[in-house]
Design a protein around this ligand. Sequence first.
Ligand code: OGA
Ligand code: NI
Length: 371
Amino acid sequence: MSFSNTGEMASPTSVYNNRTEELKAFDDTKAGVKGLVDAGIVSIPKIFVLPPEELAEEPNSCQKNIEAPIIDLNNIEEGSRRKEIVDDVRIASEKWGFFLVINHGIPLSVLDEMIDGVRMFNEQDVEVKKEVYSRDTRKKVRFNTNYDLYKSRAADWRDTLTISLLAVDLDPELLPVVCRKSTLEYVKHIRKLGDTLFELLSEALGLQADYLGSMECAKEGTLVCHYYPACPQPKLTLGVSRHADPGFLTLLIQNEISGLQVLHEDQWFDVHPIQGGLVVNIGDLLQIVSNERFKSVEHRVIANHVGPRISAPCFFAGPLSMPEKTYSPIQELTSEANPPRYKEIPLREYVARFYSSSLDDEKSPLDYYKP
Ligand code: OGA
Ligand code: NI
């Protein structure tokens, strides 16, 4: 315990209170990280600075000689080609929990317009964005900085527009005007690609092609649009803290600025954008139902001197509108020798657990369901 030079005791509580006030003051601006950058700051506010033990970690310790798996979906309906693709998907999902897909059928113009829409939303008059600024998770469309702002150890350097667009009852009129058309078009395609990937993943698990689809893995989900402004001190913070995605599967597009890294064999590995390529992540729920045949991949986004980096992950997380839905390891994938590694998981409780924790928590929601 130490005393400050004013003679007051510096307790952890006073430090904590201070931080909470700073977080609140920042949150109340409703202008996000971009608001700080537009105001011309040259050093980042304390609330974004990582704790010393995390700063000590070398941010770019990537192994250069391994290639991230890239899977070409061309001619996917041809029998022998499909078998090769299913094998590629199996290997990537078992070894990395992550891969890139190319020739997936979504036109480049749809991807470019989606990214442009996110840019235009973030770069429009701040007063318009403020109208959507909210932390109320019941709102199907909401803009904020860090859903876990008040819970994490350090805030991440990004602003986010969250859209529960795959929800059955979303009214398109709720979408911001500047990105409404581009988002609706993108979602139409991403749902279709999601269905295709769930078929490939089912086959890769040795199941009928419609198995995961009939478990309603792809029925609902959330489209999250991230905007990472250029950061004046990128070594002091992160764009997204280390985490694994909680849902079944994530499909992500990104603009030309790098930053995403995946953890593979204990090394951070850069996922550089490739034109027209989409990133696919296995999430915790797929790890659970596959009884750990497939691994959910840990990843993060580093901050950058240049920007903005823009990305839009679409999280397929199961039918949240069905209150009683539960998931557990698929029976066909368990046996006496390979018993279920997770208990039955009520989907709503699991998702509530995710929202009440932070990305940088030591414990992930999944840890609560080990037998
Ligand atoms: C996420 C995430 C990565 C990115 O939102 O869960 O990992 O590239 N995003 O934005
Ligand atoms: Ni993620």
